[in-house]
Design a protein around this ligand. Structure first.
Ligand code: ATP
Ligand code: MG
Length: 503
């Protein structure tokens, strides 16, 4: 037995019908280290870590925990052996309190009754240990995603986990929440807990990890010592080629005097008095903190939520879309941020999802033109590098990032005049990000118009022609390309708050 390692995966192979997700992958996790696991969408990261909890049973290979050998795990075995996993789409019960979630499946009892008071007290202790401020009585559904995740981490710690595995934990978090999660990770590390951390954000990998394991196409590629490695090398190992630039160049294509979308004094639940104009061929970036009202703005234009007052003018005519269908018919598409809730139907195929918005166009008397259906799906599979064995694969069997690409394909296929992208590259690997940016360029060069919502400052500045910043539902400023600076955006993003604080 090797004393140094808490967890070893040896020669793990996983086959699904038609897909080999993992081929002979091995890795070792040292005691008290943070090990990053990286790779493109579909590389096999989630599949690999799921073998540690029994959510995936390997076709062959060994899992060694503290010297004990297993050929497969179960959730109970994993818990008994000190392994806790926070999944890519984690699940806590929204209708239960933070404390109840913490003790889910293992409540403290007084006789035959559940002892709520005792659980709340213990929860308070657990949160205090991690320096996080959560009221144990709050319903999980009322907590921000960041706090929900902290509850999951606290739960892992209470179960005395020696190994904590986190699959893209930062993807749904705000930057402040990411900071507090990092603090918790550091704290756990100092207590001797080992962590496997999966993320597509390479700057996080550099901040947090001691070593990095790279996977590509289901194969183990290399282990690197973080402080001795360089980001370009990392990208090369992941993608299998160099990526020279982050943002592809774009031809000038803005038609100054053709206004595609105009909002006049538009108000919603949170949004107040929004005025903006979007010119044909332009990429207008919307900046701001999470909760600034950008998604609401997008949803009002797309008919998901109703505006309470003001005017939406599209191509010179006032529109008032009451449903997404009405917006689509006008020529508007929205690529939503929350893929599980609004974006994609998991139980149906890649082909059906991509064609969904255009079935009425490619059908006659209820008969679908299957050639067009196939061609259309294939085009977006190729353009977006969607990794799937066939177009008939169910979307639920794709990796998280590839599901995201299917949503993109679906809305691109709709061939709309105005496309609103809400956090389009969340969970997308670096190589595919570049392809998505190229596609956006193609769209505007073809005369389409883009509204881009992104919390990634780099992306917002790299892709937009102009940026409008929102804070607490109001526009706080506008920046032209030559004025783009992270500081300026951040200042505008918290502008309203500052005024309030001074009072
Ligand atoms: N139940 C399943 N049936 C068929 N194929 C599957 C199944 N689960 C996963 N796969 C395939 O296994 C491969 C690896 O997927 P996995 O989810 O591990 O990727 P990942 O590295 O986590 O990607 P991402 O960064 O997008 O989350 C993918 O090609 C995926 O389509
Ligand atoms: Mg994954």
């Amino acid at each position: 037995m090797n004393e140094e390692y808490i967890l070893q995966l040896q020669h793990i192979r996983k086959e699904y019908s038609g897909v080999i997700a993992l081929k002979d992958v091995s890795l070792e996790l040292k005691k008290g280290e943070i090990l990053a696991l990286i790779g493109e969408n579909g590389a096999g990261k989630s599949t690999l870590i799921k073998t540690c909890s029994g959510a995936v049973i390997p076709t062959s290979g060994k899992i060694i925990i503290n010297g004990r050998e297993f050929t497969s795990m179960s959730p109970q075995l994993a818990a008994e052996n000190g392994i806790a996993i926070i999944y890519q789409e984690f699940n806590n019960v929204k209708g239960l309190s933070a404390a109840e979630n913490l003790f889910l499946g293992n409540p403290i009892k007084k006789g035959i009754l559940v002892d709520k008071k005792a659980m709340e007290k213990e929860a308070e202790k657990a949160f205090a240990q991690l320096n996080i401020k959560i009221n144990p009585k709050t319903l999980a559904g009322d907590l921000t995603v960041g706090y929900q995740q902290m509850v999951e981490i606290a739960k892992a710690i209470m179960q005395d986990a020696k190994v904590l595995i986190m699959d893209e934990p930062s993807a749904p978090l705000t930057s402040a929440e990411v900071e507090s999660m990092f603090k918790v990770c550091e704290l756990l590390k100092s207590k001797g807990v080992s962590i496997i951390y999966i993320s597509h954000r390479l700057e996080e990998i550099y901040r947090l990890s001691d070593r990095i394991v790279v996977l590509r196409d289901g194969e183990y590629i290399k282990t690197l010592i973080t402080k001795d490695s360089h980001i370009d090398e990392l990208i090369h190992l992941m993608v299998g080629r160099d990526l020279k630039e982050s943002y592809p160049p774009r031809k000038a294509c803005i038609k100054e005097d053709e206004i595609v979308l105009e909002l006049r004094n538009v108000c919603g639940n949170g949004d107040k008095d929004i005025n903006l104009k979007l010119r044909k061929g332009e990429v207008l970036g919307l900046g701001g903190l999470v909760g600034a009202g950008r998604t609401e703005l997008a949803q009002m234009v797309f008919g998901v939520v109703r505006k309470t007052s003001g005017k939406i003018i599209f191509n010179g005519k006032e529109i008032d879309p009451k449903t997404p269908r009405e917006a689509i018919d006008c020529g508007i598409a929205l690529v939503p941020e929350d893929r599980k809730r609004h974006g994609v139907l998991l139980g149906i195929s890649v082909k059906n999802n991509i064609n969904m918005p255009i079935y009425n166009k490619i059908s006659r008397a209820s008969v679908i033109n299957s050639k067009k259906e196939q061609e259309n799906a294939k085009k977006y599979k190729d353009d977006l590098l969607i990794k799937t064995p066939t177009l008939n694969q169910l979307v639920k069997n794709l990796s998280g990032g590839n599901q995201q690409k299917v949503i993109l394909g679906k809305w691109l296929a709709a061939n709309s005049e105005l496309i609103i992208f809400d956090e389009p590259t969340r969970g997308i690997d670096v190589g595919a990000k570049f392809e998505i940016y190229k596609l956006m360029n193609d769209l505007v060069e073809q005369g389409k118009t883009i509204l881009l919502i992104s919390s990634e400052m780099e992306e917002l500045m790299g892709m937009s022609d102009r940026i409008i910043v929102l804070s607490e539902g109001q526009i706080t400023g506008e920046l032209k390309k030559q004025e783009f600076k992270q500081d300026s955006i951040m200042r505008l993003a918290s502008a309203v708050k500052e005024v309030k604080n001074e009072n």
